[in-house]
Design a protein around this ligand. Structure first.
Ligand SMILES: [Zn+2]
Length: 278
């Protein structure tokens, strides 16, 4: 079911990790950001759009993680974009003759059979420094940064006051750092939060995270602060007093503490290797 969060901006929530697909209405059709996860959910979204008399004229993937790269035939054949770095990362995955098997290994096992991979990752990279998504609709600013995943981008729908945060600023998931070797996980994440803070200093009325609840204007800074506090705690090898991963967590109790522990271990190993004090 599509839910309007601002004029001309609708959200379709998936059962899987409260994933949010975002629909932006344009002149001749809609822009669809991170369409969803399970086949039947994307078919439902396609049907909802059909009932509104809308067709998809452009797609966008916020980052190259499997749950943001899916598509359904009934959504049509519009160009699907991502940042150049996002597209390059996906291209490397698809170059492997066994990519389907490899991607399938990373899927959530309980819903793996429900996840269609036929149109997985068919992303056109927008040239680096592209400021806006090329389409005939409200201006959608691309805010690329280095956090969570290579080529991760948030989107700012300026005229509607909506920030689509990708996998940042969630109320249910702790920050998940990009732990690849080329990244400086902590500093990259903090820099990305500063970037989003600068953007949100303008007029953001609605925040839509890739996973979790949509927030109002007050939530933008609250979630930036919460994410920053978590990353600081990770950096300082402290125990975060973070409701998303603590005993009162309402979501992901069985796996988020494991993610947290792995991030702590990873950073500790890096400190040891680099000889950084603390
Ligand atoms: Zn992700």
């Amino acid at each position: 079911m599509l839910r309007q969060v601002a004029q001309g901006v609708l959200v379709h929530e998936s059962e899987f990790m409260q994933s949010n697909a975002v629909v932006v209405q344009g002149a001749d059709g809609v822009l669809l950001v991170d369409p969803g996860v399970q086949g039947h959910e994307m078919a439902c979204l396609a049907n909802d759009l059909h009932e509104l008399g809308e067709t998809v004229v452009a797609g966008f993937s916020t980052h190259p993680h499997w749950d943001h790269l899916l598509w359904h035939a009934e959504l049509g054949t519009a160009p699907r974009y991502g940042t150049a770095r996002c597209a390059a990362t996906v291209r490397d995955v698809l170059l492997d003759a066994d990519w389907k098997a490899r991607v399938a290994e990373g899927l959530s096992p309980d819903i793996a059979e429900e996840i269609p991979l036929d149109l997985f990752g068919l992303i056109t990279g927008l040239p680096a420094e592209t400021a806006r998504i090329p389409w005939d609709g409200p201006r959608v600013r691309i805010i690329e940064h280095r956090a969570h995943a290579p080529g991760h981008a948030a989107l700012l729908i300026e005229e509607r006051g909506v920030l689509v945060a990708g996998d940042m600023l969630s109320d249910v998931l702790i920050p998940m750092l990009d732990l690849s070797e080329t990244a400086d996980p902590v500093e990259d994440y903090l820099a990305a939060l500063r970037l989003l803070e600068g953007v949100a200093g303008g007029d953001v009325d609605v925040l839509v995270p890739g996973h979790g609840s949509t927030g109002g204007a007050d939530q933008v800074h609250a979630r930036i602060d919460q994410d920053r506090a978590y990353v600081h705690a990770l950096r300082d090898a402290g125990v975060p007093s973070d409701p998303r991963v603590g005993p009162s967590a309402t979501y992901g109790k069985d796996w988020l503490p494991g993610v947290h522990a792995r991030q702590l271990q990873h950073l500790a190993r890096r400190r040891e290797r680099d000889g950084t004090p603390g």
